[in-house]
Design a protein around this ligand. Structure first.
Ligand SMILES: [Zn+2]
Length: 451
């Protein structure tokens, strides 16, 4: 049975069912899974890029918020310092007022003292005048020499002594008062100068703190504005990402639908084939009966046209081995380059030009190149009403295209070493159901196939 025969058969079958409206446009449908997959990959990478940008924005926003918090705590610190400085200025102002009052009081005292000194000067002058009047001379010696008798002399000496010591006392007091006054004035004026310079430096500090606070407040405002625009940018990116997710989802649905369509084709084809086989068997039985009754039996016909040259010996039954060679890795846990990993298929290795064949009848879902699988073909099958998917990876080349119907044993390409592969081999996967990225439907091919 050749391929063309089956395509026409399945199309006829499908057309009679009428539930497959896209069949008439198989030529377009052939490339659609690949196109859709490519679109999906483009969207995925665009989305990844955008999500990367979203993460960048998030970290920028976080940095911004951290800065805002830092600035706020700096402003709080400056405000505390300002309060402290203002309190100190108030204190110094009070001290200055007090000192000024003290100076004023001191000036009053100085004034009183000066008056006293003036009074004493007057007293001394008067005393000197009194002595002059008594002795006709300001000279104490004249007073003493003018004594009439020794008794008078003694009296005069006593009087002169008294006057002299009194004068001396007054003069000493005067000197002491003057010195004290000068000292006090100097002290208070020094204190006032200190207070005023302290107050001046406090006021400078306050001014500095005020300007710092203004600057920080300005910076804070800028950061807030920056945050707002970052949030907007992030939201735009998020919307874009959401939109891409929607598209991705939609495409995934389309891909699933296309795969389901091909799986349904495979199912219809299986039903049709069974019907044909039954019809043929019935026809043969009728012929045989006729031959036995007529007894002059013509030689019975060979059942079917010769199959196209198989790439590997084709087994009877639904399945056949996809390639001849040595099994190098089985399905299951395995170590590759020192790392433990789950191997989702069976590896068959052989040297030279090794043909790869379809493991069962079906439709090619995908035939493309991927960085991991290299040249890879996906085929959907229907075996006793159950959908299976086979994967043929690392091929040197593929000779089938998407949407193409294949028969068990048909050559689909040649063994190779493309993609993530280390030496020529076929990586063959069998999925009970459809293929998915997590390979959740993968089963051990040896459950179905004798390699
Ligand atoms: Zn493998």
């Amino acid at each position: 049975m050749n391929k063309k025969y089956f395509i026409s058969l399945s199309i006829a079958a499908a057309l009679t069912i009428g539930s497959l409206p896209t069949l008439g446009t198989t030529a377009n449908a052939h490339s659609s899974v690949e196109d859709l997959k490519k679109q999906q990959d483009d969207i995925s990478s665009k989305k990844e890029e955008i999500n990367g940008k979203i993460n960048e924005k998030k970290s920028e926003i976080n940095q911004n918020i951290n800065k805002q918090q830092e600035i706020q705590s700096q402003i709080a610190e400056i405000s505390t310092k300002l309060k402290d400085t203002e309190a100190k200025i108030a204190e110094k102002t009070k001290e200055i007022d007090e000192t000024t009052a003290e100076i004023n009081k001191l000036k009053e005292e100085i004034k009183v003292l000066k008056e006293k000194i003036e009074e004493r000067n007057e007293l001394l002058k008067e005393r000197a005048r009194a002595i002059q009047e008594k002795g006709g001379s300001a000279n104490y010696l004249d007073v003493l020499l003018g004594a009439d008798s020794f008794g008078d002399f003694i009296n005069r000496v006593t009087a002169v002594n008294t006057i002299v010591s009194a004068d001396k006392k007054i003069m000493d007091e005067q000197k002491r008062d003057q010195a004290e006054l000068e000292k006090k004035q100097e002290e208070v004026e020094g204190k006032l100068a200190d207070l005023e310079s302290t107050k001046a430096s406090l006021e400078t500090l306050k001014k500095d703190l005020d300007s710092q606070k203004t600057q920080k407040a300005e910076l804070f405002k800028q950061l807030e504005a920056q945050q707002a625009s970052l949030e907007v940018e992030k939201k735009d990116l998020q919307n874009e990402s959401d939109e891409l997710s929607k598209m991705e989802h939609q495409l995934e649905g389309e891909i699933q639908a296309e795969q389901a369509r091909l799986a349904e084709l495979a199912r219809q084809r299986e039903i049709e084939r069974k019907r044909q086989a039954e019809a043929e068997a019935a026809k043969r039985a009728a012929e045989q009966q006729q031959a036995t009754t007529s007894s002059s039996g013509g030689s019975s016909e060979s059942s079917a046209p010769a199959p196209s040259a198989p790439s590997a010996p084709v087994s009877a039954g639904a399945w056949t081995s996809p390639a001849s060679g040595t099994i190098t890795t089985n399905f299951g846990w395995d170590v590759l380059n020192g790392k433990k990993r789950f191997h989702y298929g069976t590896d068959i290795a052989a040297r030279g030009s090794v043909p790869i064949s379809a493991a069962a009848d079906g439709y090619v879902i995908k035939s493309h190149y991927s960085s991991s699988y290299g040249n890879v073909v996906y085929i959907t099958h229907s075996i006793n009403g159950q959908t299976f998917t086979t994967v043929y990876a690392h091929m040197a080349s593929s000779s089938v295209s998407t949407g193409q119907a294949v028969n068990k044993g048909d050559r689909i390409g040649y063994m190779g070493n493309t993609g993530y592969s280390f030496g020529q081999h076929l990586h063959f996967e069998l999925h009970a159901g459809s293929w998915n990225a997590s390979k959740s439907n993968a089963v051990n091919p040896r459950q179905y196939i004798n390699f």
